[in-house]
Write a new protein. Structure first.
Length: 157
């Protein structure tokens, strides 16, 4: 379901966090899973884009990317589970995403695979989202328009 969120309070969950949340063999699994558990709360303020879902499907079903790849059916089920979380909004692709994307390419040095990161940032900005949870901080270092949040374990009290 696409939600029109109060975007300034949202933080995007990058694809690597989504994959690690379901890949029990990943060293980042527990921290990633904990972040997504927060999305059970409608006020969690987390979001994804259609691009994240496509990347999630590609990675999770690819034996070269994960030790235990999922079948297409299992991967679709994992996407359905994500989209059922009340605190995880699905952002729409803005009408002006191409303009925003080109603007980012002109203002930043972007090459090769980082092109997809720029497109993701363009989608974020078109929705008013300026924060991203990711383990790949370097992939987004060029974009001073957004804040990178690296998932960490909750402090024990």
């Amino acid at each position: 379901m696409t939600i029109s969120p109060e975007s300034s309070t949202l933080a995007l969950v990058d694809t690597n966090v989504l994959v690690y949340a379901v890949d029990t063999e990943a060293k980042q699994h527990a921290v990633s899973r904990a972040l997504l558990v927060q999305a059970r709360d409608p006020g969690a303020g987390l979001c994804v884009t259609p691009q994240n879902l496509a990347e999630f499907y590609a990675v999770l079903s690819d034996r070269r990317r994960v030790r235990s790849p999922r079948s297409p059916t299992e991967t679709v089920h994992a996407i359905t589970d994500l989209l059922s979380l009340p605190g995880l909004a699905l952002l729409a692709v803005p009408v002006d995403v191409a303009k925003r994307f080109i603007d980012l390419l002109q203002r930043h040095v972007i090459v090769a695979q980082h092109t997809f990161d720029a497109y993701l940032v363009a989608t974020m900005l078109g929705n008013g989202v300026t924060r991203i949870h990711t383990f790949n901080a370097a992939d987004f270092a060029a974009f001073n328009e957004i804040e990178v949040l690296i998932p960490r374990a909750a402090a024990k009290t």
